[in-house]
Design a protein around this ligand. Structure first.
Ligand SMILES: [Zn+2]
Ligand SMILES: [Zn+2]
Ligand SMILES: [Zn+2]
Length: 322
């Protein structure tokens, strides 16, 4: 098996600086949509909703399009969980990797082939030089254990009598042949499955997992943040490292604070697990507020995401066919 090669260390002071300048230039020119796209989005919105007439979307005159923005921050932490436990199984022969072969490594520091970054999985391995073969305690290595050749007859419950005379099942002896050993007086030992010896070793179970969190910075109180989950944004910052650093490039300190808090939460994983890799990403999700006029009625709706989806909390009432 080949150890997957690590990605190049992409995080550097320069990268964070570049991001800052990108973010600054973005303030100047937010992505805007054309009137045609805004109308098309509204038309599709009407089509998606049963009972909504598409007339207002066709006839309205667009008065203004205001470009707004939503940031979506996501953090993925790839970590490893290691658990060890002593295991004992029947020994069927073969090589025993015991302490005479060397000192057992500390399971926490053992080098283990892991999957690619952010790919979940699990693996069970035997810690080297921890195996030991011993006689089975149950049978003392004899492979067989005693078993009574005769057992109490269930028909007469040992009395030998069954109305009106002798028990027909045991012939009046009150005992019948044991069905486990067929009267031989011994059976195969169960814990060692008749092998007479047991092997004990330290087993380590490793699990690779991902922890994911996201945060949406939305300053537009009328626009529900959860809508953003279903659309794409434009990645303006992407960073990967063993431990990523908090992004502090936003002029709004509360946004930076939110990023830092998510990072802090993920850092708590290191109490019980080993963090192997982190990936953080910031996307700018386009959002436009479109003001329109239709038959003297003024209204507004939002167009959001790279997909240009529309959202409206007050579709012109008289166009809703009940
Ligand atoms: Zn045994
Ligand atoms: Zn028996
Ligand atoms: Zn009987």
């Amino acid at each position: 098996m080949e150890q997957p090669t690590d990605h190049k260390n992409v995080s550097s002071a320069d990268k964070y600086k570049n991001f800052e300048s990108t973010e600054k230039s973005n303030h100047g020119r937010l992505p805007t949509i054309s009137e045609a796209d805004a109308r098309q989005a509204f038309l599709e919105y009407a089509k998606r909703h049963t009972g909504y007439s598409s007339t207002p979307a066709k006839e309205m005159s667009i008065e203004n399009i205001k470009a707004l923005k939503i940031y979506r921050y996501s953090l993925r932490t790839f970590y490893e969980e290691r658990e060890t436990a002593w295991k004992t199984c029947p020994y069927y022969g073969g090589e025993v990797d015991g302490p005479s072969n060397g000192t057992a490594p500390n399971p926490k520091n053992m080098r283990v082939y892991r999957p690619y970054w952010f790919v979940t999985g699990e693996k069970t391995i035997i810690v080297p030089h921890t195996s030991k073969v011993q006689l089975c305690i149950c049978c003392a290595g004899k492979r067989m254990v005693p078993c009574p050749p005769l057992i109490v007859c269930m028909m007469c419950l040992g009395s030998g009598l069954y109305y009106p005379g002798r028990c027909f099942s045991c012939g009046g002896t009150g005992r019948v042949r044991c069905g486990l050993c067929f009267g031989r007086g011994r059976v195969r030992c169960i814990p060692c499955i008749g092998q007479g010896r047991m092997i004990t070793f330290l087993q380590m179970k490793i699990k690779w997992k991902n922890h994911f969190d996201k945060f949406v910075s939305n300053r537009n109180s009328e626009f529900p943040s959860e809508k953003v989950d279903k659309v794409s944004g434009k990645t303006i910052f992407s960073d990967e490292d063993t431990l990523v650093r908090p992004v502090t490039a936003f002029s709004d300190p509360s946004i930076n604070e939110s990023f830092r808090n998510i990072l802090k939460e993920h850092a708590k994983l290191s109490k019980h697990y080993k963090i192997l890799r982190q990936h953080q990403k910031i996307e700018l999700v386009p959002l436009s507020k479109v003001y329109y006029e239709w038959k003297g009625e003024h209204g507004a709706y939002y167009v959001y995401g790279v997909e240009n989806k529309a959202y409206c909390d007050s579709y012109p009432k008289r166009c809703v066919i009940m």
